[in-house]
Design a protein around this ligand. Structure first.
Ligand code: AHR
Length: 640
């Protein structure tokens, strides 16, 4: 009651000082006696691809940059010769006598002139540094071979970039003259967390040795040996995503046929993965391969939305439907079997051999990515060929088209929106009138693009407005995911502005849009009660200033009411709830707000804008809810 009266006073003061259009009090009416639809259980998920150093230099925990010496054909980028006590070494790429076809180049380290007490070797500077934390164990591994006269030992260390501090060190006593993999553990002591460090492999004995696939892993999420960064994984898990769309985006298509996502080259052991160039200007190790994508999804308790390569590459070339396309269709069928087949199937057995005997649940497969760019019209035939083959073998799999086709009816259509704040707000009504008998919708890539490298609060408000529209229409919008998900914020790390989670070698943060995603994913019911809004105030440009959506947990009765005020003044909203036998007088309120729309979070101020949770009173069949300026509010109201 107290809150009601304060809010009422605020409303009447506002009505005196603001122009009538802004001071209007919107009314949200909710009829719990009538359900108008079900909320898709897969409404909120994640989309990912190798962009902005998402995996290498991002989620994938590998700390060594250019571990297979393939980033640059002429020199060993990110590797340098190091010397101690006047010793010296020279380094060069060597294509003679490689480990295998996938690791077809190695690093030759010549330290032939060392005298007693001298040491020399090679250092890697990582992805903008090698991060260390105290009392942590790192697993270093590398392939090595020595010249006839060189047998080691080799020391392996993590040290400060200038070599003055050694944080962890181990020794490999003997090096064979044939390629062999060596693994050591490096454990830090009481070190202060830092990233201005390097990884060093050195010798005090004169001679020549070669290195290949030099790797260093910190502790990983769920202790996976080829796993993910813990801090970033935790942020993803906290969002409660229900699916992961991978491997793209443009990454599934590639700049050309050679660099498409060729899934068979991303499985097996790391030494069998050649890597390839991502369309986002750098080389991918493919350490994040098909199985790693699946295990990442599994660790988030979600399911994969698998995008298969559909015969179109970003250089605008396509494989003609018919016999030429058949190998790619077969490849997609095999990929589906690798993901979802049991161990009695050929590719299910391969997955088991690769370390994951349990099949993964697979409901959705997307044929290609953004095929509206293919102006030849070949998608019509390409989609049909994939559709027929996949439906014949896997009739239950739901197939997603990336643009409209005429000859087949896709189960789901993928629609992408990269928008300004104004456009996102206007699109909050995009699905209100969509034909309920047509294809279901996957909003497979979308974002309000304001702010870089991660978005600002204004973008988050517009995101929230847009999401209320998807949520109110989640009987037809069955999947959605923001993009891009990640960005390494170091200079040169970003290829695409306006991303969700930023990081450097040591730390990570979520931007305001991240917290909107988290709020929408965490507070969501399974049904849509009948609801409406009236008297929505408009900005001088005619843009709505208040947005809402309401869902209900049908088992518990809890109502989740989301309210967005994109305007710069506090805005009361009248809430009216009908059809409930009992409404608790208190509710949980989660609010994300900031004084200025341009505010944002950064690596230096990672939690400047975060949601705050409180208990509020005065809840009942009718109450006035004040919405702070520039805010997103979720009310969790217990109703029976
Ligand atoms: O998200 C960045 C890119 O935008 C995706 O790779 C592509 O699908 C879209 O055009």
């Amino acid at each position: 009651m107290r809150i009601l009266s304060v809010a009422a006073v605020v409303a009447s003061v506002l009505s005196m000082v603001l122009p009538p259009a802004i001071a209007a009090t919107p009314v949200v009416s909710i009829n719990l006696g009538k359900t108008v639809g079900k909320v898709s259980p897969t409404l909120y998920g994640l989309m990912t691809e190798e962009i902005n150093y998402s995996y290498d230099g991002g989620l994938y925990a590998e700390l060594i940059r250019n571990r297979a010496f393939k980033d640059n054909a002429k020199e060993a980028a990110h590797w340098s010769a190091v010397q101690y006590n006047g010793g010296s070494a020279s380094i060069a790429l060597d294509r003679a006598g490689p480990v295998n076809e996938a690791l077809n180049v190695s690093l030759k380290v010549e330290a032939d002139k060392l005298t007693s007490g001298q040491r020399a070797g090679v250092a890697n500077d990582g992805y903008w540094g090698i991060p260390i934390r105290p009392q942590s164990t790192y697993r270093a591994s590398f392939y090595a071979k020595g010249s006839e006269k060189f047998q080691g030992p080799l020391t392996v260390a993590i040290e400060s970039s200038d070599g003055t501090k050694v944080y962890a060190k181990a020794e490999v006593e003997q090096i064979s003259s044939a390629w062999k993999q060596y693994t050591v553990k490096l454990t830090t002591g009481d070190a202060v967390p830092s990233s201005a460090n390097r990884f060093v492999i050195a010798t005090g004995t004169p001679g020549t040795f070669w290195l290949s696939l030099a790797s260093l892993f910190p502790p990983t999420y769920n202790d996976r040996p080829n796993g993910n960064r813990i801090d970033i994984m935790q942020k993803l898990v906290d969002m409660k995503p229900t699916f992961l769309r991978f491997p793209g985006g443009n990454y599934v298509e590639g700049n050309n046929m050679e660099n498409r996502f060729d899934w068979k080259k991303t499985i097996h052991k790391l030494e069998q993965r050649p890597g390839h160039r991502s369309p986002w200007s750098y080389r991918s190790t493919d350490g994040m391969g098909l199985l790693e994508f699946l295990e990442w999804t599994h660790d988030m308790h979600g399911e994969p939305v698998l995008a298969v390569f559909a015969g179109y590459t970003l250089d605008k070339k396509f494989v003609a439907p018919g016999p030429a396309l058949k190998p790619f269709v077969d490849e997609a069928l095999e990929e589906i079997e690798y993901v979802s087949g049991d161990a009695s199937t050929t590719w299910g057995a391969q997955r088991a051999a690769d370390g994951h005997p349990e099949p993964f649940k697979l409901t959705y497969v997307e044929i290609g990515n953004e095929d509206w760019f293919d102006k030849s019209g070949s998608y019509e035939g390409r989609f049909a060929q994939f559709y027929d083959a996949i439906k014949a073998k896997y009739p239950k799999i739901q197939l997603i088209a990336t643009t409209r086709v005429k000859s087949r009816v896709a189960d789901v259509i993928d629609e992408h929106f990269y928008m300004s704040a104004e456009v996102a707000e206007k699109k909050a009504h995009l699905y209100d009138k969509r034909d309920r008998k047509g294809m279901k919708v996957f909003v497979g890539e979308w974002a309000t693009r304001e702010g870089a490298p991660t978005t600002n609060h204004n973008a988050a408000l517009a995101d929230a407005a847009f999401m209320t529209g998807m949520e109110r229409n989640s009987d037809i919008v069955i999947l959605s995911c923001y993009a891009p998900l990640f960005v390494n914020v170091n200079p040169g790390g970003m290829q695409w502005k306006s991303d969700l989670i930023g990081y450097d070698a040591l730390n990570s943060y979520g931007c305001p849009s991240y917290y909107v995603q988290k709020m929408f994913g965490n507070y969501l019911g399974d049904v849509l009660p009948e609801s409406s809004i009236t008297d929505v105030p408009l900005s001088p440009k005619g843009i709505e200033q208040v947005y809402y959506s309401v869902t209900r947990d049908s088992a518990k009765g809890t109502v989740y009411l989301k309210l967005v005020n994109v305007g710069g003044s506090s805005q009361p909203v009248q809430i009216e709830i009908r059809g409930a036998a009992k409404i608790a007088g208190d509710a949980t309120s989660v609010v994300l707000s900031s004084a200025a729309a341009k505010d944002t979070n950064t690596i230096a101020e990672p939690t400047k804008i975060v949601p705050s949770t409180s208990k509020i009173g005065g809840i009942g069949p009718k109450f006035l809810q004040p919405l702070p300026a520039y805010s997103v509010t979720v009310l969790q109201i217990e109703c029976r």
